[in-house]
Design a protein around this ligand. Structure first.
Ligand code: SF4
Length: 496
C-alpha cells in the first residue's frame, strides 16, 4: 500500500450503500481503504468531507433514488465546495458519464472493477478536477479486483463476508449483474484460505462466502490449471488451486472443496454462503455441507418460477422437476436442512396456469422462508424489452399475495416444529424493540429473541430452548453460553 495521502489525513467520510450483500461488502472495503489512508468515519453525513454513494441497479427505481440523493447533496456541496461526492457500484458501471452529465457536482465516478482505486481517484479529483473511471472488466491476475483482498472496516466484529468470486457467466433475462459485474472470476484458493485464517485469528467465528453464482466457484480456476485460459505467470498451483489438487488434473477445486477447507479452520464456527444457482448445484457440495460441521444447515436455493415455460424464458437452465429433484437430494444428504428461496411473480408472459405451477412447486418445496418479488423491469435487461408481455400490476400483486400465504404456511410450520428443541444461537445484541431482550440467529438463520439476566457479548454462542414460533422469528429461554465471543472490542480512536 502506498504512503498515507497528505491530502486526506484527518478528513472524514460517510458511505451510503444501496442493494445487496455484495455491495455492503464493497462498502466495507471502501471504508477500509479510506481509513488505511488516514480518514475517519464521520459522525454525521452532513459534516463529512467525502460522501460515497455505493449504488446498485438491481433494485427498482435505482436511478431515481440515486439522482434524488445527488440532488439533495447539491446544497451541501454549495455550502462546502471542498466536499467530495463519489458515486461507485453497479449503477455507476452502467451509467458512466451520464452521472456527471446529470449531476455535475459529482467529483468521482468509479465502477465495480476498480473499487481498489477509490483513494487514488479522490486524490486525482482534488488535484485535477472531476474524474470518471470505469474499467470494462476485472483483470484476472490483479488480486485487488476482489474486494476481500483490500483492507476492510467490518461492520460486525465476529462475522465477516468473504468474496470468493466476482461476475456471472449466466444470462438470466431479468438480471443486470452480468453486464455490470462482468464474467465469473474465482479468487485463488490458497489466498482465500489465508484470508479466512487471518479473520479467524482476528476473532471472527462466522463467515459468509459471497459470489453472484457462488457454487460455480473454481470453474475458471480448473480451466486455468488445464492451461486453457492462463499461462504460468499466475504463481504456483497450490496457491492458485489448493495443495490437495496439485497432482490432480480433474476439474478442481470445487466449491465443496472450499467449504471443507475453510470449515476446518480453527476458530471458524459457522460457514454460510450466498447465492448459489440450482443448475450448478453438485452432489459434492451437498456432501461437503453434510460432512463439515461448521457449514450451517441452510440452503438458499433460488427457484424464481415453478413454470418450465417461464424458467426457459428466464434462461434459468433447469426445470421445476429438476429443481425439486436437487432439493430432495439436498434434504437426503443434510439432515434438518432449512431451505429459503427467491421467487419472481408476474415475469413477462406469466399466465394464471404458469403461476399455479409456481404455487405447486412452492408448496412441494416446503420453504422455510422466501424472498418474493413482483417483477419490475430493470433497464438494460432482456426482460425489460418484453413490454408487450408485461403482466398487469394488479394481477401480479394479487398473485404475490397468494404466494405469500403459501410460503407463510410452510415457514410457520417449520418454525413451530422447533418448539421444545434446544438450538445453538449466535448472539447479535439487544433486540431493537426491547433492550432487555437479546437477539440472535440459529444455524438456520432464523431470528430468536430470549431474555438474559446478565449481558452477553455479541458473537458469543449460546443454547436456547425454543418456546414460541411465528412466521419470521422464534422466542426462547437461554440455557447456557457455549462459546464466549473471542474478538477484541473495537475502541474508537480520535484522530487529528
Ligand atoms: S445467476 Fe444470478 S447473478 Fe447471474 S445472471 Fe442469473 S440472477 Fe443474475
Amino acid at each position: 500500500m502506498r504512503a498515507v495521502s497528505s491530502i486526506l489525513v484527518s478528513k472524514s467520510y460517510s458511505i451510503r450503500t444501496y442493494g445487496c450483500q455484495m455491495n455492503e461488502h464493497d462498502s466495507e472495503r471502501i471504508a477500509g481503504l479510506l481509513e488505511a489512508d488516514g480518514m475517519r468515519r464521520a459522525d454525521d453525513e452532513s459534516v463529512a468531507d467525502v460522501i460515497v454513494l455505493n449504488t446498485c441497479c438491481i433494485r427498482e427505481n435505482a436511478d431515481n433514488k440515486l439522482y434524488g440523493a445527488l440532488g439533495n447533496l447539491k446544497a451541501l456541496k454549495a455550502e462546502n465546495p471542498d466536499l467530495q461526492i463519489v458515486v461507485g457500484g453497479c449503477l455507476a458501471q452502467k451509467d458512466r458519464d451520464t452521472i456527471r452529465e446529470r449531476a455535475s457536482h459529482v467529483d468521482v465516478v468509479f465502477g465495480t472493477h476498480n473499487v481498489h482505486r477509490a483513494v487514488e481517484l479522490l486524490d486525482h479529483a482534488a488535484e485535477h478536477g472531476p474524474i470518471v473511471e470505469i474499467l470494462e472488466e476485472a483483470v484476472r491476475d490483479d488480486n485487488e479486483a476482489f474486494p476481500s483482498a483490500l483492507p476492510t472496516r467490518r461492520e460486525v466484529d465476529y462475522a465477516a463476508w468473504v468474496t470468493i468470486q466476482i461476475g456471472c457467466d449466466n444470462k438470466c433475462a431479468f438480471c443486470i449483474v452480468p453486464s455490470v459485474r462482468g464474467v465469473e472470476m474465482s479468487r485463488p484458493f490458497g489466498e482465500l484460505v489465508a484470508e479466512v485464517e487471518r479473520l479467524a485469528a482476528d476473532g471472527v467465528s462466522e463467515i459468509t462466502l459471497l459470489g453472484q453464482n457462488v457454487n460455480s466457484y473454481g470453474r475458471d480456476l480448473a480451466l486455468a490449471r488445464r492451461g486453457d485460459v492462463v499461462n504460468d505467470d499466475l504463481g504456483n498451483d497450490a496457491w492458485w488451486c489448493g495443495d490437495n489438487w496439485t497432482d490432480d488434473r480433474r476439474a478442481r477445486p470445487l466449491f465443496g472443496d472450499l467449504l471443507r477447507v475453510v470449515g476446518e479452520i480453527e476458530g471458524i464456527h459457522r460457514v454460510r454462503y450466498t447465492s448459489p444457482h440450482p443448475k450448478d448445484m453438485r452432489t459434492e457440495t451437498f456432501a461437503a455441507m453434510a460432512e463439515t460441521k461448521a457449514v450451517c444447515e441452510h440452503l438458499h436455493f433460488p427457484l424464481q418460477s415453478g413454470s418450465d415455460r417461464i424458467l426457459s424464458a428466464m434462461h434459468r437452465g433447469y426445470t421445476a422437476e429438476r429443481y425439486l429433484e436437487k432439493l430432495t437430494e439436498a434434504r437426503a444428504a443434510i439432515p434438518n436442512l432449512a431451505v429459503t428461496t427467491d421467487i419472481i411473480v408476474g415475469f413477462p408472459g406469466e399466465t394464471e396456469d404458469d403461476f399455479e405451477r409456481t404455487l405447486e412447486v412452492a408448496a412441494a418445496a416446503r420453504f422455510d422462508a422466501a424472498f418474493t418479488f413482483v417483477f419490475s423491469p430493470r433497464p438494460g435487461t432482456e426482460a425489460a424489452d418484453m413490454e408487450a408481455d408485461f403482466v398487469p400490476h394488479d394481477v401480479a400483486v394479487e398473485r404475490y399475495e397468494r404466494l405469500r400465504r403459501v410460503v407463510e404456511r410452510s415457514s410457520r410450520l417449520a418454525n413451530e416444529q422447533r418448539i421444545g428443541l434446544v438450538e445453538e444461537v449466535t448472539v447479535e445484541g439487544p433486540s431493537k424493540k426491547d433492550p432487555a431482550v437479546l437477539t440472535g440467529r440459529t444455524r438456520w438463520n432464523t431470528l430468536v429473541h430470549f431474555a438474559s439476566d446478565a449481558p452477553i457479548r455479541p458473537g458469543s454462542y449460546v443454547t436456547v430452548e425454543i418456546t414460541h414460533a411465528s412466521v419470521n422469528h422464534m422466542l426462547g429461554e437461554l440455557r447456557e453460553i457455549t462459546v464466549p465471543a473471542r474478538h477484541r472490542t473495537r475502541i474508537p480512536v480520535a484522530s487529528g
